[in-house]
Design a protein around this ligand. Structure first.
Ligand code: PMP
Length: 428
Protein backbone atom coordinates (compact mmCIF):
# COMPACT_ATOMS: atom_id res chain seq x y z
CA UNK A 1 0.00 0.00 0.00
CA UNK A 2 1.14 3.51 -0.87
CA UNK A 3 2.59 5.42 2.11
CA UNK A 4 1.89 2.50 4.51
CA UNK A 5 5.05 2.76 6.58
CA UNK A 6 4.91 6.58 6.52
CA UNK A 7 1.39 6.41 7.99
CA UNK A 8 2.55 4.09 10.77
CA UNK A 9 5.58 6.23 11.54
CA UNK A 10 3.37 9.33 11.66
CA UNK A 11 1.03 7.74 14.23
CA UNK A 12 4.06 7.00 16.42
CA UNK A 13 5.51 10.47 15.90
CA UNK A 14 2.24 12.16 16.89
CA UNK A 15 2.44 10.56 20.33
CA UNK A 16 5.68 12.29 21.23
CA UNK A 17 6.10 15.25 18.85
CA UNK A 18 3.39 17.96 18.51
CA UNK A 19 1.59 17.22 15.25
CA UNK A 20 4.21 14.57 14.54
CA UNK A 21 6.61 17.09 13.01
CA UNK A 22 9.42 19.40 14.08
CA UNK A 23 8.38 22.12 11.61
CA UNK A 24 4.67 22.67 10.88
CA UNK A 25 4.55 22.84 7.09
CA UNK A 26 5.90 19.29 6.86
CA UNK A 27 2.62 18.01 8.30
CA UNK A 28 0.53 18.09 5.07
CA UNK A 29 -2.26 19.80 7.03
CA UNK A 30 -3.05 22.21 4.19
CA UNK A 31 -3.32 19.46 1.60
CA UNK A 32 -4.62 16.60 3.76
CA UNK A 33 -3.18 13.12 4.12
CA UNK A 34 -0.16 11.82 5.97
CA UNK A 35 3.30 13.33 5.64
CA UNK A 36 5.77 11.16 3.77
CA UNK A 37 8.71 9.97 5.86
CA UNK A 38 11.90 9.93 3.83
CA UNK A 39 14.75 7.55 4.45
CA UNK A 40 17.32 8.64 1.89
CA UNK A 41 18.04 10.96 -0.98
CA UNK A 42 20.54 11.17 -3.82
CA UNK A 43 20.80 13.77 -6.56
CA UNK A 44 17.31 14.89 -7.63
CA UNK A 45 15.50 12.00 -5.92
CA UNK A 46 14.03 11.21 -2.53
CA UNK A 47 13.20 7.69 -1.36
CA UNK A 48 10.48 7.23 1.23
CA UNK A 49 10.10 4.58 3.93
CA UNK A 50 7.91 2.51 1.58
CA UNK A 51 10.71 2.60 -1.03
CA UNK A 52 8.80 4.90 -3.37
CA UNK A 53 11.00 7.34 -5.28
CA UNK A 54 10.18 10.99 -5.94
CA UNK A 55 11.61 13.72 -8.12
CA UNK A 56 12.24 16.39 -5.50
CA UNK A 57 11.15 20.00 -6.02
CA UNK A 58 11.50 21.00 -2.38
CA UNK A 59 15.16 20.21 -1.96
CA UNK A 60 14.98 20.57 1.81
CA UNK A 61 13.19 23.92 1.23
CA UNK A 62 16.13 25.29 -0.71
CA UNK A 63 19.54 24.18 0.53
CA UNK A 64 20.21 21.26 -1.84
CA UNK A 65 20.85 23.36 -4.94
CA UNK A 66 23.32 20.81 -6.32
CA UNK A 67 21.14 17.81 -5.44
CA UNK A 68 21.08 15.54 -2.41
CA UNK A 69 24.17 13.90 -0.94
CA UNK A 70 26.46 15.88 -3.23
CA UNK A 71 29.73 13.98 -3.00
CA UNK A 72 32.19 16.78 -2.08
CA UNK A 73 29.82 18.02 0.64
CA UNK A 74 29.34 14.55 2.14
CA UNK A 75 33.09 13.88 2.04
CA UNK A 76 33.85 17.18 3.75
CA UNK A 77 31.40 16.40 6.56
CA UNK A 78 32.71 12.86 7.09
CA UNK A 79 36.34 13.98 7.13
CA UNK A 80 35.61 16.77 9.65
CA UNK A 81 33.51 14.55 11.92
CA UNK A 82 36.51 12.33 12.54
CA UNK A 83 38.46 15.30 13.90
CA UNK A 84 35.89 16.21 16.55
CA UNK A 85 32.47 17.73 16.12
CA UNK A 86 32.59 20.89 18.26
CA UNK A 87 35.28 22.73 20.22
CA UNK A 88 33.73 25.99 21.33
CA UNK A 89 36.84 27.77 20.05
CA UNK A 90 37.56 29.52 16.76
CA UNK A 91 38.66 27.29 13.90
CA UNK A 92 40.48 28.13 10.65
CA UNK A 93 37.58 26.93 8.53
CA UNK A 94 35.31 29.72 9.83
CA UNK A 95 37.67 32.33 8.36
CA UNK A 96 37.91 30.42 5.08
CA UNK A 97 34.16 30.20 4.53
CA UNK A 98 33.79 33.83 5.62
CA UNK A 99 36.46 34.93 3.10
CA UNK A 100 34.77 32.94 0.37
CA UNK A 101 31.28 34.28 1.14
CA UNK A 102 32.58 37.86 1.28
CA UNK A 103 34.29 37.36 -2.08
CA UNK A 104 31.11 36.01 -3.69
CA UNK A 105 28.53 38.47 -2.33
CA UNK A 106 28.57 42.19 -3.17
CA UNK A 107 28.53 44.96 -0.54
CA UNK A 108 29.62 42.90 2.49
CA UNK A 109 32.92 43.09 4.36
CA UNK A 110 32.20 40.88 7.35
CA UNK A 111 29.88 38.00 8.08
CA UNK A 112 28.78 36.20 11.24
CA UNK A 113 27.58 32.60 11.24
CA UNK A 114 24.59 31.38 13.24
CA UNK A 115 22.53 28.18 13.19
CA UNK A 116 19.40 29.02 11.19
CA UNK A 117 17.73 31.57 8.97
CA UNK A 118 15.59 32.60 11.93
CA UNK A 119 18.65 33.49 13.97
CA UNK A 120 20.17 35.35 11.04
CA UNK A 121 17.12 37.62 10.58
CA UNK A 122 16.55 38.08 14.29
CA UNK A 123 20.17 39.12 14.80
CA UNK A 124 20.18 41.37 11.73
CA UNK A 125 17.24 43.32 13.12
CA UNK A 126 18.85 43.69 16.54
CA UNK A 127 22.01 44.94 14.85
CA UNK A 128 20.00 47.41 12.76
CA UNK A 129 18.24 48.70 15.88
CA UNK A 130 21.51 49.00 17.77
CA UNK A 131 23.19 50.79 14.87
CA UNK A 132 20.38 53.27 14.13
CA UNK A 133 19.20 53.62 17.75
CA UNK A 134 15.63 53.27 16.50
CA UNK A 135 13.04 50.63 17.45
CA UNK A 136 10.60 50.04 14.62
CA UNK A 137 10.95 47.76 11.63
CA UNK A 138 8.92 47.48 8.45
CA UNK A 139 8.11 44.02 7.13
CA UNK A 140 5.91 42.98 4.23
CA UNK A 141 2.70 40.95 4.59
CA UNK A 142 3.30 37.38 3.46
CA UNK A 143 7.06 37.55 3.89
CA UNK A 144 8.58 35.07 6.31
CA UNK A 145 11.78 35.79 8.18
CA UNK A 146 11.78 32.87 10.61
CA UNK A 147 9.77 32.30 13.76
CA UNK A 148 11.23 34.92 16.08
CA UNK A 149 8.64 37.17 17.75
CA UNK A 150 8.95 40.37 15.74
CA UNK A 151 8.44 38.53 12.45
CA UNK A 152 5.30 36.58 13.31
CA UNK A 153 3.14 39.45 12.21
CA UNK A 154 1.28 38.63 8.98
CA UNK A 155 3.98 36.04 8.33
CA UNK A 156 3.96 33.78 5.26
CA UNK A 157 4.89 30.10 4.82
CA UNK A 158 3.67 27.65 7.48
CA UNK A 159 2.41 30.49 9.68
CA UNK A 160 -0.21 31.49 7.11
CA UNK A 161 -0.76 27.93 5.86
CA UNK A 162 -1.98 27.04 9.36
CA UNK A 163 -3.90 30.23 9.96
CA UNK A 164 -1.54 31.77 12.51
CA UNK A 165 0.16 34.60 10.63
CA UNK A 166 -0.03 36.43 13.96
CA UNK A 167 0.93 33.85 16.56
CA UNK A 168 -0.39 33.84 20.12
CA UNK A 169 2.62 34.22 22.40
CA UNK A 170 3.92 37.30 20.59
CA UNK A 171 3.24 40.19 22.95
CA UNK A 172 1.46 43.36 21.89
CA UNK A 173 4.58 45.20 23.02
CA UNK A 174 6.69 43.37 20.47
CA UNK A 175 4.08 43.50 17.72
CA UNK A 176 3.76 47.28 17.95
CA UNK A 177 7.31 47.74 16.67
CA UNK A 178 6.69 45.75 13.50
CA UNK A 179 4.90 47.79 10.85
CA UNK A 180 3.31 45.95 7.97
CA UNK A 181 3.59 47.02 4.36
CA UNK A 182 2.24 45.61 1.10
CA UNK A 183 4.77 43.83 -1.10
CA UNK A 184 5.42 45.62 -4.40
CA UNK A 185 3.66 48.79 -3.17
CA UNK A 186 6.17 51.65 -2.85
CA UNK A 187 3.50 54.26 -2.11
CA UNK A 188 2.43 52.22 0.89
CA UNK A 189 6.01 52.07 2.21
CA UNK A 190 6.45 55.77 1.61
CA UNK A 191 3.29 56.53 3.55
CA UNK A 192 4.44 54.35 6.47
CA UNK A 193 7.79 56.13 6.61
CA UNK A 194 5.99 59.48 6.61
CA UNK A 195 3.87 58.39 9.58
CA UNK A 196 6.89 57.13 11.55
CA UNK A 197 9.51 59.81 10.89
CA UNK A 198 12.84 59.07 12.56
CA UNK A 199 11.56 55.88 14.21
CA UNK A 200 12.22 53.14 11.66
CA UNK A 201 15.48 51.23 12.04
CA UNK A 202 15.12 48.91 9.08
CA UNK A 203 13.01 47.63 6.25
CA UNK A 204 13.39 43.86 5.97
CA UNK A 205 12.36 42.15 2.75
CA UNK A 206 12.68 38.94 0.80
CA UNK A 207 14.02 40.47 -2.45
CA UNK A 208 12.16 37.71 -4.24
CA UNK A 209 9.38 36.61 -1.91
CA UNK A 210 9.26 32.84 -1.54
CA UNK A 211 6.87 32.33 1.33
CA UNK A 212 3.58 33.21 -0.38
CA UNK A 213 4.47 31.24 -3.46
CA UNK A 214 7.18 32.89 -5.51
CA UNK A 215 6.65 36.62 -5.96
CA UNK A 216 9.12 38.65 -8.00
CA UNK A 217 9.73 42.29 -7.11
CA UNK A 218 8.13 44.62 -9.65
CA UNK A 219 10.47 46.67 -11.82
CA UNK A 220 11.78 49.55 -9.72
CA UNK A 221 10.40 48.30 -6.39
CA UNK A 222 13.71 47.32 -4.78
CA UNK A 223 15.45 50.45 -6.12
CA UNK A 224 12.56 52.50 -4.73
CA UNK A 225 13.07 50.93 -1.30
CA UNK A 226 16.79 51.67 -1.52
CA UNK A 227 16.05 55.32 -2.29
CA UNK A 228 13.51 55.62 0.54
CA UNK A 229 15.98 54.05 2.98
CA UNK A 230 18.78 56.42 1.90
CA UNK A 231 16.56 59.46 2.21
CA UNK A 232 15.38 58.51 5.71
CA UNK A 233 18.40 56.96 7.46
CA UNK A 234 16.79 53.51 7.38
CA UNK A 235 18.79 50.31 6.85
CA UNK A 236 17.66 48.00 4.06
CA UNK A 237 17.86 44.34 5.10
CA UNK A 238 17.69 41.74 2.35
CA UNK A 239 16.57 38.40 3.73
CA UNK A 240 18.42 36.22 1.23
CA UNK A 241 17.82 33.00 3.16
CA UNK A 242 16.16 31.58 0.02
CA UNK A 243 17.75 33.71 -2.70
CA UNK A 244 21.34 33.79 -1.42
CA UNK A 245 23.72 31.62 -3.50
CA UNK A 246 20.62 30.47 -5.45
CA UNK A 247 19.66 33.27 -7.84
CA UNK A 248 23.30 34.14 -8.50
CA UNK A 249 26.63 33.76 -6.69
CA UNK A 250 25.93 37.11 -5.08
CA UNK A 251 22.20 36.43 -4.64
CA UNK A 252 19.46 38.97 -5.32
CA UNK A 253 21.81 41.92 -4.74
CA UNK A 254 23.81 40.76 -7.75
CA UNK A 255 20.81 39.71 -9.86
CA UNK A 256 18.99 43.04 -9.47
CA UNK A 257 22.02 45.29 -8.93
CA UNK A 258 20.65 46.67 -5.66
CA UNK A 259 22.77 47.21 -2.55
CA UNK A 260 21.42 46.05 0.80
CA UNK A 261 22.84 47.31 4.10
CA UNK A 262 22.53 43.97 5.88
CA UNK A 263 22.09 40.59 4.19
CA UNK A 264 20.73 37.42 5.83
CA UNK A 265 21.60 33.92 4.70
CA UNK A 266 20.48 30.37 5.43
CA UNK A 267 19.70 27.23 3.46
CA UNK A 268 22.34 26.95 0.64
CA UNK A 269 25.11 28.48 2.77
CA UNK A 270 24.99 25.44 5.07
CA UNK A 271 25.05 22.76 2.38
CA UNK A 272 22.18 20.98 4.17
CA UNK A 273 23.49 21.43 7.72
CA UNK A 274 21.98 23.95 10.17
CA UNK A 275 23.63 27.23 9.22
CA UNK A 276 22.53 30.83 8.91
CA UNK A 277 24.59 34.00 8.60
CA UNK A 278 24.24 37.74 8.43
CA UNK A 279 26.64 40.15 6.81
CA UNK A 280 27.20 43.85 6.18
CA UNK A 281 29.89 46.52 5.86
CA UNK A 282 32.65 46.55 8.50
CA UNK A 283 31.17 49.72 9.94
CA UNK A 284 27.86 48.03 10.70
CA UNK A 285 29.25 44.60 11.64
CA UNK A 286 31.70 46.16 14.11
CA UNK A 287 28.68 47.10 16.24
CA UNK A 288 28.52 43.42 17.24
CA UNK A 289 29.98 41.96 20.43
CA UNK A 290 32.79 41.44 21.33
CA UNK A 291 33.97 44.71 19.70
CA UNK A 292 30.62 46.50 19.66
CA UNK A 293 27.66 46.86 22.02
CA UNK A 294 25.08 44.67 20.22
CA UNK A 295 25.11 41.22 21.79
CA UNK A 296 24.78 38.05 19.76
CA UNK A 297 26.26 34.60 20.40
CA UNK A 298 25.93 30.82 19.90
CA UNK A 299 27.44 27.66 21.43
CA UNK A 300 27.32 25.84 18.11
CA UNK A 301 27.72 28.86 15.81
CA UNK A 302 30.47 28.15 13.26
CA UNK A 303 30.29 24.46 14.13
CA UNK A 304 33.03 22.51 12.28
CA UNK A 305 30.67 20.08 10.53
CA UNK A 306 28.31 22.84 9.46
CA UNK A 307 31.19 24.99 8.21
CA UNK A 308 32.71 22.03 6.34
CA UNK A 309 29.40 21.39 4.57
CA UNK A 310 28.85 25.07 3.81
CA UNK A 311 32.41 25.62 2.61
CA UNK A 312 32.28 22.61 0.28
CA UNK A 313 28.93 23.86 -1.06
CA UNK A 314 30.09 27.45 -1.66
CA UNK A 315 33.31 26.22 -3.26
CA UNK A 316 31.35 24.01 -5.63
CA UNK A 317 29.05 26.90 -6.56
CA UNK A 318 31.93 29.34 -6.94
CA UNK A 319 33.88 27.00 -9.22
CA UNK A 320 30.95 26.27 -11.53
CA UNK A 321 30.57 29.15 -13.96
CA UNK A 322 27.63 27.52 -15.78
CA UNK A 323 25.52 26.63 -12.74
CA UNK A 324 23.08 29.51 -12.62
CA UNK A 325 22.57 29.49 -16.38
CA UNK A 326 21.78 25.75 -16.30
CA UNK A 327 19.35 26.25 -13.42
CA UNK A 328 17.68 29.11 -15.30
CA UNK A 329 17.31 26.99 -18.44
CA UNK A 330 16.00 23.93 -16.61
CA UNK A 331 13.46 25.94 -14.65
CA UNK A 332 12.36 27.86 -17.75
CA UNK A 333 11.88 24.50 -19.49
CA UNK A 334 9.70 23.29 -16.62
CA UNK A 335 7.76 26.55 -16.60
CA UNK A 336 7.04 26.35 -20.34
CA UNK A 337 6.02 22.69 -20.08
CA UNK A 338 3.66 23.39 -17.17
CA UNK A 339 2.17 26.40 -18.95
CA UNK A 340 1.48 24.29 -22.01
CA UNK A 341 -0.31 21.46 -20.19
CA UNK A 342 -2.32 23.74 -17.88
CA UNK A 343 -3.36 25.98 -20.79
CA UNK A 344 -4.35 22.99 -22.92
CA UNK A 345 -6.70 21.83 -20.18
CA UNK A 346 -8.20 25.29 -19.82
CA UNK A 347 -7.15 25.64 -16.19
CA UNK A 348 -7.02 29.10 -14.59
CA UNK A 349 -3.45 29.52 -13.39
CA UNK A 350 -0.55 31.88 -12.89
CA UNK A 351 3.06 30.76 -12.81
CA UNK A 352 5.66 33.01 -11.19
CA UNK A 353 9.36 32.37 -11.53
CA UNK A 354 12.74 33.92 -10.84
CA UNK A 355 15.69 31.67 -11.75
CA UNK A 356 15.26 28.31 -10.03
CA UNK A 357 12.39 29.49 -7.79
CA UNK A 358 8.95 28.87 -9.25
CA UNK A 359 5.34 28.57 -8.08
CA UNK A 360 2.02 27.56 -9.62
CA UNK A 361 -1.07 29.48 -8.46
CA UNK A 362 -4.57 28.34 -9.38
CA UNK A 363 -5.87 31.76 -10.29
CA UNK A 364 -5.73 33.49 -13.68
CA UNK A 365 -5.02 36.95 -12.23
CA UNK A 366 -1.48 38.19 -11.60
CA UNK A 367 -0.03 37.25 -8.20
CA UNK A 368 2.18 40.06 -6.89
CA UNK A 369 1.53 40.36 -3.14
CA UNK A 370 -0.05 38.50 -0.23
CA UNK A 371 -3.63 39.43 -1.09
CA UNK A 372 -3.36 38.22 -4.66
CA UNK A 373 -1.52 35.05 -3.52
CA UNK A 374 -4.31 34.26 -1.06
CA UNK A 375 -6.94 34.30 -3.83
CA UNK A 376 -5.72 31.01 -5.35
CA UNK A 377 -8.02 27.98 -5.50
CA UNK A 378 -6.89 25.75 -2.63
CA UNK A 379 -8.93 22.75 -3.71
CA UNK A 380 -7.19 22.67 -7.10
CA UNK A 381 -3.83 23.00 -5.39
CA UNK A 382 -4.66 20.12 -3.06
CA UNK A 383 -5.58 17.86 -5.99
CA UNK A 384 -2.54 18.97 -7.97
CA UNK A 385 -0.25 18.23 -5.02
CA UNK A 386 -1.63 14.74 -4.35
CA UNK A 387 -1.82 13.85 -8.03
CA UNK A 388 1.85 14.73 -8.46
CA UNK A 389 2.82 12.96 -5.26
CA UNK A 390 1.18 9.70 -6.39
CA UNK A 391 3.07 10.01 -9.67
CA UNK A 392 6.38 10.41 -7.85
CA UNK A 393 6.75 14.20 -8.00
CA UNK A 394 7.29 15.91 -4.66
CA UNK A 395 6.31 19.60 -4.44
CA UNK A 396 5.78 21.66 -1.29
CA UNK A 397 2.54 20.74 0.52
CA UNK A 398 1.17 24.29 0.52
CA UNK A 399 0.32 26.89 -2.11
CA UNK A 400 2.20 29.45 0.00
CA UNK A 401 5.56 27.91 -0.86
CA UNK A 402 8.06 28.08 -3.68
CA UNK A 403 9.46 25.10 -5.58
CA UNK A 404 13.25 24.95 -5.63
CA UNK A 405 15.03 23.24 -8.51
CA UNK A 406 18.41 21.58 -8.20
CA UNK A 407 21.14 21.12 -10.76
CA UNK A 408 20.95 17.32 -10.49
CA UNK A 409 17.59 17.34 -12.33
CA UNK A 410 17.81 15.98 -15.86
CA UNK A 411 15.62 17.01 -18.79
CA UNK A 412 14.12 13.52 -18.56
CA UNK A 413 13.07 14.30 -14.97
CA UNK A 414 11.53 17.55 -16.15
CA UNK A 415 9.68 15.77 -18.97
CA UNK A 416 8.40 13.17 -16.48
CA UNK A 417 7.20 16.00 -14.23
CA UNK A 418 5.41 17.78 -17.08
CA UNK A 419 3.80 14.48 -18.14
CA UNK A 420 2.62 13.88 -14.56
CA UNK A 421 1.24 17.44 -14.42
CA UNK A 422 -0.65 16.83 -17.69
CA UNK A 423 -2.26 13.71 -16.23
CA UNK A 424 -3.17 15.51 -13.01
CA UNK A 425 -4.52 18.51 -14.93
CA UNK A 426 -7.13 16.17 -16.48
CA UNK A 427 -8.57 15.66 -13.00
CA UNK A 428 -8.71 19.31 -11.90
N1 PMP B 1 13.87 33.80 5.89
C1 PMP B 1 13.33 33.23 4.81
C2 PMP B 1 13.17 34.04 3.57
C3 PMP B 1 12.95 31.89 4.84
O1 PMP B 1 12.41 31.35 3.75
C4 PMP B 1 13.14 31.15 6.03
C5 PMP B 1 12.74 29.71 6.14
N2 PMP B 1 12.08 29.13 5.12
C6 PMP B 1 13.69 31.80 7.13
C7 PMP B 1 14.05 33.11 7.03
C8 PMP B 1 13.91 31.07 8.41
O2 PMP B 1 14.95 30.14 8.26
P1 PMP B 1 15.05 28.88 9.23
O3 PMP B 1 13.86 28.02 8.91
O4 PMP B 1 16.36 28.26 8.85
O5 PMP B 1 15.03 29.38 10.60
Amino acid sequence: MLYQRSSQLFVAAEQVIPGGVNSPVRAFRAVGGTPIFMKSAKGAYLTDEDNKQYIDYINSWGPMILGHAHEPVVEAIVAKAKLGTSFGTPTELETKIAELAVSMVPNIDKIRFVNSGTEACMSAVRLARGYTKRDKIVKFSGCYHGHSDSFLIAAGSGAVTFGTPNSPGVTAGTAKDTILARYNDLDNVSEIIGQNQGEIAAIIIEPVAGNMGCIPPKQGFLQGLRNLCDANGILLIFDEVMTGFRLAKGGAQELFGIKADIVCFGKVIGGGLPVGAFAASSEIMNYLAPIGPVYQAGTLSGNPLAMAAGYAMLQAINADSGLFQRLEEKTAYLENGLRKVLSEKGIAYTINRVGSMISVHFDADPVYDFQTAAKGDNESFRKFFHGLLERGVYIAPSAYETWFLCDALTYEDLDDTIKAAAEVAETL
